[in-house]
Design a protein. Structure first.
Length: 519
């Protein structure tokens, strides 16, 4: 295998597998950094593989380099089994409380560790307030009977002794030292508790402790970067949102960024007459969606530029230099590793704007290429392999979604020779469409499109994944354009539909009622 192909095949495909300094060097900015580098708390949406983890880690490293304090929390690695899944005795509120304690415990440890890395005068106050914060989030209430007993004991000793006790951990630290001389008396206290322990968090107390802690920081702000929000059980997510609303978001020196999958996130719910969680848009902004940044349709040149920079950065961060590749010139990766610019453009199209898909398809193609350059047929073969092994694999248990996908392919690609279609906004939120979207076999390329002959009706424009129709290329069923318009198979429009074509767009509309209708 050539050095270039070996390097491409070895690029790490997931951000969490790389060190923070490598993530910093390999971050290719599609314009998202300017949007998230603000002091406003935000939700950052994006499907798996769009770069949410990479963006948060890059933001963290940038803030640390500027002297601010940034704490990154991966919610997949935080929490005990009783907090996340809960045992039979644990109800939803108790599970949520335990989960919050685990998350805040991880935050406390990160804060204390970061603060002690650069120990300076005044750290004693910082440590004391960090421990006060820990104590505020670890309260236990016992419901039941409590009995207490007390015993006393006297002892004598000659000479003098030095005794010290050190205790620490999540619930705070304590150091006690004493010099003992002559006769010593001591009291022993014993407490017996009978009842059921329940955990509780006093939001006001935690908020005050956290505010005092941030005021002790030498930095201007504390950045709390929460990743993998959607990994939490949906029924527990609003409880974490409620805590953030009451205890964190009001604090001026704290900025919160949350990375989440839009359709798998629940930030607000109702329980009886109570509303739990925060309101997206009012309490926290949600103006960033990474799926919108690298849409290929209509942005071909921008996409090629972004991905060439992405691959150049990864090659530069690899194990060694690749002959012929000048890492200061992104196009040199295309020249050395690909047969021509068309092969790289085909890779970018196959990725449909998803960086992780691009890295995986390139790795598979490089493995097939061995000592030769990557060609268009090799990219297509790799795209088909990745589509079948990753995307369709994720849909194995969703038979209705697979049936809808096959129907869409028949209707749009085979029936209309197109690769894109319109669905009303209401139908775009159907569970099956969202399942196909999350699996990256459908891609949302335009939101809220309005046709001239349908006033008041809004449509979303969807693109079918390249891997779904790659086998049809060079056959009579190959798609000839993006959106089918007119009354035949020879007229097509781009996803940026010209005004003169908007009355003819009806042919590109799919109605899911037709899919559900018996045949």
């Amino acid at each position: 295998m050539s050095v270039a192909n070996r390097t491409l095949s070895r690029i790490p495909k997931r951000a969490e597998k790389q060190e923070i300094e490598v993530l910093h060097r390999t971050f290719s900015d599609s314009g998202v950094f300017d949007v998230i580098d603000t002091v406003d708390s935000q939700i950052i949406y994006g499907r798996r593989g769009t770069g949410k983890t990479h963006a948060l880690n890059y933001l963290a490293s940038e803030k640390r380099e500027s002297g601010e304090l940034a704490v990154y929390l991966d919610l997949r690695t935080v929490g005990s089994p009783t907090g996340v899944t809960g045992g039979p005795p644990a109800d939803r509120a108790e599970r949520a409380t335990r989960l919050l304690i685990d998350i805040l415990g991880a935050l406390h440890e990160e804060l204390l560790s970061s603060a002690l890395e650069g120990a300076t005068t005044g750290d004693e106050l910082l440590v004391a307030r960090a421990n006060a914060f820990a104590q505020a989030i670890a309260r236990v209430r016992v419901e039941g009977t409590v009995s207490r007993g007390r015993t006393s004991r006297q002892s004598t000793s000659s000479g003098s002794n030095f005794a010290a006790e050190l205790s620490g951990g999540f619930h705070g630290g304590r150091v006690t030292a004493a010099t003992i001389a002559g006769e010593t008396s001591s009291n022993e206290h014993r407490e017996e508790v009978n009842g059921v322990e329940t955990h509780e968090i006093h939001f006001g107390e935690v908020s005050r402790a956290l505010r005092d802690l941030t005021e002790s920081l030498a930095t201007k702000r504390l950045w709390i970067l929460i990743d993998e929000w959607s990994s939490l059980p949906p029924e527990l997510q609003p409880f974490l949102a409620e805590f953030l609303l009451r205890s964190v978001l009001p604090l001026k020196k704290i900025v919160v960024k949350i990375a989440a999958i839009e359709h798998q996130s629940v930030f607000r719910t109702t329980s009886g007459d109570a509303t739990i969680g925060f309101e997206v848009g009012a309490d926290i902004s949600a103006n960033v969606n990474l799926d919108d940044f690298m849409v290929y349709e209509g942005n071909e040149e921008r996409s090629v530029e972004f991905f060439s920079d992405l691959f150049t950065r990864h090659v530069a961060a690899g194990e060694g230099l690749v002959p012929g590749i000048d890492t200061s010139v992104p196009s040199s990766v295309i020249t050395v590793a690909f047969s021509d610019s068309r092969a790289f453009a085909e890779l970018v199209r196959a990725a449909e704007g998803v960086p992780r898909d691009a890295l995986n398809i390139a790795g598979i193609a490089a493995t097939h290429a061995l000592d030769t350059k990557i060609t268009v047929p090799l990219v297509r073969q790799a795209a088909r392999d990745w589509y079948q092994s990753d995307k369709l694999k994720a849909l194995e248990s969703r038979q209705e979604a697979i049936r809808l996908l096959h129907w869409i392919i028949d209707e749009v690609i085979r029936g209309k020779k197109a690769r894109a279609f319109l669905v009303t906004e209401d139908e775009s939120h159907s569970p099956e469409i969202l399942t196909l979207f999350d699996a990256r076999v459908l891609h949302l390329v335009r939101r809220g499109y309005s046709a001239q002959d349908d006033p008041g009706v809004r449509y979303n424009i969807w693109n079918i994944d390249f891997g779904a129709y790659v086998d049809l290329i060079r056959t009579k069923n190959a798609p000839q354009g993006a959106l089918a318009i007119g009354n035949d198979d020879s007229t097509f429009a781009t996803v940026d539909v010209p005004a003169e074509d908007r009355r003819a767009i009806r042919r590109a509309i799919l109605t899911l009622k037709d899919f559900a209708s018996p045949r």
